[in-house]
Design a protein around this ligand. Sequence first.
Ligand code: NAP
Length: 325
Amino acid sequence: LGFGSSRKRSLTVRAMDCVSSTAILSLLLGCVGIFSLFKLLQWLRMKAHLQDAVVVITGATSGLGRECAKVFHAAGAKLVLCGRNREALEQLAKELAASRASEVQTHTPRMVTFDLADTGATVAAAAEILQCFGHVDVLVNNAGVSYRGTILDTPVDVDRRVMETNYFGPIALTKALLPSMVQRRRGHVVAISSVQGKISVPFRSAYAASKHATQAFCDCLRAELEQHGVAVTVLSPGYIRTNLSLNAIAADGSRYGVMDETTAQGRVPADVARDVLAAVAKKKEDVVLASLAPSLAIYLRTLAPALFFRLMASRARKEQKPKDS
Ligand SMILES: NC(=O)c1ccc[n+]([C@@H]2O[C@H](COP(=O)([O-])OP(=O)(O)OC[C@H]3O[C@@H](n4cnc5c(N)ncnc54)[C@H](OP(=O)(O)O)[C@@H]3O)[C@@H](O)[C@H]2O)c1
């Protein structure tokens, strides 16, 4: 009898084990299902946001801007490609036309050439941009120039040149396009800033200042324009493998012309462009696209500023030595 009841008990325990593991498995499958459904809905919303949307990309001739053009084109956006070099834009347009895009319907891009450092030309270009498709849904302020030099050796004219391209040009373009966005109660302003818009590293003063100014402007813009239906996204990437350091302005105003090791080892621009597309589609407000070290440095600047300043001073001493010797 005793043997029979203990066997019964062990059978009951086994049956309960079986039921609970089935319940856990169903729960897990349920979670995976809900997660997949959520991802699918997100993807559909993303597609809907960008399909046929008029997207303006500055600095589309090179690096990240060029790759952004490819991913937004493939997502079905109506592109207005902006840059200074008409030939480079035409070459890109040809490549886009030749690319076998997915199942999405793609559009022939338009081109507008202007120099962001020339405010008059930028405002005139905004009118031309508006004429391309009648309105603008997304403005991607991507064009930019970097800087390398010591503050002691750099005349203020060089700082001004960097600010004109990275700050005054993009805000002139944004301000010229905003009234139409506000009138339609629809629009999205995207800034390609940098980790250096959050923290400043030595020998990049003008660049870091221009990116900090961009961040500040965009934070005010987001607050002021929310009530008008205009979204603002600031993206702050770490190093990307582009021509940015080659094209940087040196302290004497000349082209720096060096591919920095950090830039050469940076992320592939096509990958960053995909992250830009996702952030825009999800209407994210502020995104840092960087590895662990720079991301931690941003927190360190806020939580332990004294330590951050000491680290930067030591970095400046180390980087200055080879230049001095
Ligand atoms: N590469 C990085 O490590 C890195 C990291 C963080 C953020 N970013 C940001 O990413 C953005 C794109 O840079 P990138 O890395 O792709 O560098 P890039 O290859 O040098 O491209 C810069 C683009 O900006 C355009 N541009 C420069 N000055 C201009 C002006 N005065 N008027 C109009 N267009 C102008 C260039 O056009 P032209 O062909 O006419 O020169 C080019 O298309 C920049 O805002 C940069 O600050 C880059």
